[in-house]
Every structure is written in structure tokens, then in C-alpha cells.
Design a protein around this ligand. Structure first.
Ligand SMILES: CCC(=O)SCCNC(=O)CCNC(=O)[C@H](O)C(C)(C)COP(=O)(O)OP(=O)(O)OC[C@H]1O[C@@H](n2cnc3c(N)ncnc32)[C@H](O)[C@@H]1OP(=O)(O)O
Length: 266
């Protein structure tokens, strides 16, 4: 009962029926991967290969408020994803799937930057196309499950979100960018297409023409250069859902670890 009251307060519901409506609105398929054995995908096999490239971690902080914080933590490589971090991510998503009282998720990078994509050393070492494909399938599954969590998720972007880091931001409901931050799909500079499902998600967020510009031109997205629903500069009115996200972000700000006031409405 107490939990329901807290949930209602956070979601701004005035009655249990409107609370139920919110729950239904947020209801999304919380399981179900893109790739399974019917596609010849064996997660166990690729998990083992990824674990051979250690470094960094993906940390999950479950707060009593029901808001979780997922931190990409590999500062010596600008929070690039090592192989073991990919496996970590999948495990953290599983933990979030089973935490039924979780209402919100903030995805952030450690040490003032978001994520510089795949660890290039690991990418180079996974030298055959078959394993590269399996790694992409693995990350697409993990990020699809992240996006389908029945909660509100926000990518809090400080510093750079490059390559796979940019793709990760598209697996969240909203992106909130700190001053001076950049999201950039740098894949084309490396002769790559987004392998973590970011292109398909991007089309849904910004439309196909804008997605083509961002991907084909490796255009830098900066806090004030793109529409509000992309960079998180919400109008004071906003939709109810956007207001809930702002509430979540403000509580994060109050906790004191991120300084992004400049990009939020006063
Ligand atoms: C899914 C497909 C993908 O994600 S492909 C990967 C796409 N990402 C990239 O191409 C980003 C490559 N990195 C960079 O451009 C720069 O390091 C950025 C992030 C701009 C930071 O530049 P700067 O501030 O000058 O720092 P720096 O280059 O000295 O980097 C610090 C240390 O971090 C490392 N680092 C950075 N990014 C990665 C990465 N993706 N994989 C592996 N290591 C990375 C750098 O090598 C550097 O390490 P070290 O201090 O020289 O040992």
C-alpha cells in the first residue's frame, strides 16, 4: 500500500484508477529478444567469448525511491564497452526485469562522460565476421530488453556519447544532455553501420530523414541543436510523461551527482 502511494505520488496520479492507467500506459513487453536460437543465435557461446575481453563494469544502483541508476564505468577508456561490460549490461537488464517496483531508470556514464562505444581493442580482436555478428545480436537483444522495461528511462548524457554510446541513448525513452555534451553516430568514419540496433531506434525517434542526416553525415547532436523530444529540452507544458521524466531528473539533480541545470527549464 505504501509502495502504491509512493508510485502514485511519483507518477502524479490522483486516484488508483489513474494510477492503473499509467501502469497500463507504461506496460510494454518486458521480455522477448530480437534474436533467439531460431536465428542460429547461441547467447552462451558469445557470452564466453565476450568475457575474454575484460575491463570496466556496468553498475546498477537500486534506490528505495524505485529509481535505478545504471552507470557505464570504464573511465580510462572513456567508458567504452569491453566484452565483459556487454555481459554485465545483459545481467543488469535481467535484474531490472525482475525488480517489479522499479519506476524509473537513469543511464549515465562515470567520470563526466557518457560512453565512447565499443572498446576498439575488443572489436579488433573479435576478428571474424561471424563473431562480430554474434556480438551485435547480443547487444541488440540486451538493448531491446532495456527499451522494453516497463519503466521510464532517461539517458543522462554528459561529455560524449559516440558510436555504440550514441546507440545506447536511443534505447532510453528520453535523452537529457548536459551543456557541452555531444551525441554522435561516428560509425561512418569507421566504415560501419550501427550494429547495436541504434539505426532502427533512431528512425523511430527522429524520423527517417533526420536519421539519415545523423547517420550519413555523422552529425554532432548538441544540446540545443535538435528538437526537444530528441535532446530533452522540454517545453514547460510537455506531455504528462515528459513531466514525470523531468521529476525523475530533478530528483537525480537533488542527489547531487550531475550538474545539468542549464539544460532544464527553471
Ligand atoms: C558499436 C560500434 C562502435 O561503438 S565503434 C567505436 C566508436 N567510438 C569511437 O570511435 C571513439 C574513439 N575514441 C575517440 O574518438 C576519443 O578517444 C574520444 C572519445 C573522442 C576522447 O578523446 P580524448 O579526450 O582526446 O581522449 P583519448 O583519445 O586520449 O582517450 C582516452 C583513453 O581512452 C581510450 N579510448 C577512448 N575511446 C575508446 C574506445 N572506443 N575503445 C578503446 N579505447 C578507447 C583511448 O585509447 C585512450 O586510451 P590511452 O590513454 O591512450 O591508453
Amino acid at each position: 500500500m505504501v509502495l502504491c502511494a509512493v508510485r502514485r505520488q511519483l507518477l502524479g496520479c490522483s486516484s488508483s484508477s489513474s494510477c492503473g492507467a499509467w501502469a497500463r500506459m507504461l506496460q510494454r513487453q518486458s521480455s522477448g529478444c530480437v534474436y533467439s536460437s531460431t536465428h542460429g543465435f547461441n547467447p552462451e557461446e558469445i557470452r564466453e567469448k565476450l568475457q575474454a575481453f575484460p575491463g570496466g563494469s556496468i553498475d546498477l544502483l537500486k534506490q528505495e525511491s524505485g529509481v535505478a541508476v545504471l552507470t557505464i564505468n570504464n573511465p580510462s577508456r572513456m567508458n567504452a564497452f569491453s566484452g565483459s561490460m556487454m555481459v554485465d549490461l545483459e545481467e543488469r537488464v535481467s535484474q531490472l526485469e525482475s525488480w517489479t517496483d522499479c519506476k524509473g531508470l537513469i543511464v549515465q556514464g562515470a567520470a563526466g562522460t557518457f560512453c565512447s562505444g565499443s572498446d576498439l581493442n575488443a572489436v579488433r580482436a573479435i576478428s571474424n565476421p561471424q563473431d562480430g555478428m554474434k556480438m551485435c545480436m547480443f547487444m541488440q537483444n540486451a538493448l531491446t530488453r532495456l527499451l522494453r522495461l516497463p519503466l521510464i528511462s532517461v539517458a543522462l548524457v554528459e561529455g560524449r556519447a559516440l558510436g555504440g554510446g550514441a546507440e545506447l541513448t536511443t534505447a532510453c525513452d528520453f535523452r537529457l544532455m548536459a551543456s557541452g555534451s555531444v551525441i554522435q553516430f561516428v560509425h561512418k568514419h569507421m566504415g560501419l553501420v550501427p550494429g547495436w540496433g541504434g539505426a532502427a531506434r533512431l528512425v523511430r525517434i527522429v524520423g527517417s530523414q533526420n536519421a539519415l542526416k545523423l547517420l550519413g553525415g555523422a552529425v554532432k547532436v548538441e544540446p540545443r541543436s535538435w528538437p526537444a523530444d530528441w535532446t530533452g529540452r522540454w517545453s514547460p507544458g510537455g506531455t504528462p510523461r515528459q513531466r514525470r521524466v523531468q521529476t525523475l531528473c530533478y530528483s537525480k539533480l537533488k542527489a547531487g551527482s550531475v550538474n545539468i541545470q542549464k539544460d532544464l527549464p527553471q
